[in-house]
Structures are given as C-alpha cells and as structure tokens.
Design a binder for this molecule. Sequence first.
Ligand code: CTP
Length: 397
Amino acid sequence: MLAGKEVVLGITGSIAAYKGAEIASRLVQAGASVNVVLTESAARFITPLTLESITSRKVFTGLWNNAPATTHITLAEKADIVLIAPATANIIARIAGGFADDMLSCTVLATRAPILVAPAMHTDMYENPATQKNIERLRELGFIIIEPEEGRLASGGYGRGRLADIDIITGNVKLAAAKDGDLAGKKLVITSGGTREPLDPVRYLGNRSSGKTGYFLAQAARDRGASVRLITTSEPVGETTGIDVERVETARDMLSALNRATENADCLIMAAAVADYRPAEAFTTKIKKSAGGMDLQLVSNTDILSQARGSFVRVGFAAETGDVDKGAREKLSSKDLDLVVANDVSQPGAGFDADSNRVRLFFRNGKVEDLELMPKSALAHRIIDAIQAIGFSDKNC
Ligand code: CTP
C-alpha cells in the first residue's frame, strides 16, 4: 500500500513519543521507506536506536550532525508524505508560524508533500485558544489534522488530548498516499455483512456472514485512491478513515441505501449475504412462547444485485455449499454480472466467519481464475485487480 513511498515521520516531545515506534513499524510493514526525525525533546522520551532498528535508516536528531551531503531540505525534497505524530503544542505553534529552526520544522517548511499532524498534549494545553488558533491556521494552510482522542491522560486526568488511535493515524497516511493510486477518480459501492430480518423487537432471521470481506475491500479500494461507499450490516473491522460507511439492518434498508449510492458509481461489489426471505410480519411486541410449535410465514426479498442497473461494473459473490461452478455460472448470467467471486463455504478456512478465503473468479467473458487460500485482506486486492482487468472505461461512458 505504501510501497515506494518516502514517509518522513516527525516525533516530538510528548509522552506519546513512545507510540512513534509503533507508528514507524506499521508504516514499514505497509511498505513505506521511513525517515524519522526526532526533535531534541522527543529524543529524551525515545532513543534513535529504537527507531533505527525499526526503519533500518539513520534517524535525524538535529540540523548540524548529519552526513555531509544532507542539508536542511534533503528530507523535504524526497518526501511523499510528512507525518508528525505525536505533535506537541510547541511544534504546532512553530510550524503555524513558519519557523525553521530544527530539522523537523525545516522539513515542514520546505516540503511540497501532504503534511499530517496528530496532536498529543494535556487537555488544558490542547484547549488553550492559542493552540486552537494554531491548529486552525494549519488547517487553512492545507495541513491534515488527525484529531486527538478523549481519554485518560499521562497526568492521571481525563480529557481530550490523547494521541489518535494508531490505526487511524496510519489510515490517514494511506489515504493521503492513495491520491495517485490506480483507482484514483473511481467511485466504488460495496455491500457487506448478513442482513437481519426482524421477527419481533428482540429476534431476527440472519446468517453467519461477518462482513470482513467488505471492510477489507473498502480499505483496499480506499488505499488505491477510490472514493468508497460501504453499505454494511456489520461492526467495523479495522480502521475506516476516508471510507463512507452506512450501516443498515435489513435487505430493504440495503436496497434503498444502494439505489441512492450507485448514482455515478463506477463499480458495485455486492459482498453482502442478503436474506432471500423475511418474515411476512414483524411483530411489534415480543412473541410469547406457546404450547406446541410455531409456523413462520416468509415472503421474498428483492434481489438487490439483479435490480441494480447502471453503466457500472457489477460484481457478485456466490457462497455455495454444493456445486460451486454451477451456482457461480448461473448467477453470472441470471444477474448479468461482469464478475462472480465464488467459494465453497463448507471448506475449512473459507467459511463465512473465517479470516481467510479461497475463491474462484468467473468473468463475463468465460475466463475462470482459481486463487489460492489467502487472508481476506489480501484477497480484497486480488478482487480489485480482477475488476481493473475488466476495465472501467468501456463500462462507464
Ligand atoms: N443478492 C442480492 N439480493 C438478494 C440475494 C442475493 O443482491 N436478495 C446478491 C448477493 O449479495 C451476492 C449474489 O446476489 O452478490 C449471490 O447471492 P447468493 O446468496 O449466493 O445467491 P442467491 O441469488 O440468493 O441464490 P441462492 O441463495 O439460491 O444460491
């Protein structure tokens, strides 16, 4: 996701500086080359050695102690993204004022790369009007501010000022890096999770779908530059920075959310496990136990994918327990799809609630591609690769 990207990570003198090591590690794991700049105060909280071990690169601690060819603008020139996390009130004030008196502030002043700032400080310092004005000034200047959280502070108090969650910080970096991704300018609508069809106020008919694939697809598309609307019944899996998530419950909710969302869409990926039937009647009060059995009358739900028409690429899923190929081919033609992602949910490691999946891709042109068992996060990228191979331009014109 961040492969080939040069990220400058500025760490400043907050107690949250120790989290800089985890941030650096996550960025490296995502493929970035990370140059860490420690301010003088940050180097009191965390050692350069820790960060050098994580990034395999020399850490910058000052303006005057660097290799001969390194100048005050060396990092600025080659940076694709600059992230300051944690950012103290002091660095925020200095960069808002255009100061350039250490390696980090020089880099910020000289770079043309997007700059992300994740404040972390005591609540009173954060809420001080001077800090708030400085943050506002940074926003006006085009800096991306990653808001701090409310929570327990190092001082023992409680309030806003805790460094944002590391997932949210790295999500913002990926979002900033995605601007020139291979899906830049595309709009994807994705559905996920099992719909819940109410029977009474406390019961519903549902299924075992976890919604994970949809979240991973949304993250992968976001990381590749797409604008993403995720319509889902499921709790978030991972971070959702920059993803437009709409929570729904029933097939009927999903249908109306989807019809609003697909206007101008380039692609619809229907990963949701939509209930084919719903109770004919949803009781307004809890159904009481009675002697003997109970008959439940069901009525059909609309097939959302079949009725979603437009000039977008249409991708369906086929979760089968029998003849996978037959089911997938039938769905490809009966639902008029460009791609069907089919799997045998009775196989170990490939079920609804698993973290991995093994699928077979069926393309409209008759091509079939077998993918190996892999984590759902990796599979998401392979599905997007397949959509890219189909191509958007001839579909959406
Ligand atoms: N789907 C849909 N609306 C429905 C049912 C399914 O949009 N009411 C979509 C699913 O999101 C999936 C595809 O159609 O992308 C296939 O869903 P699946 O449940 O596997 O198949 P069904 O069409 O319901 O057929 P069956 O249950 O008989 O296999």
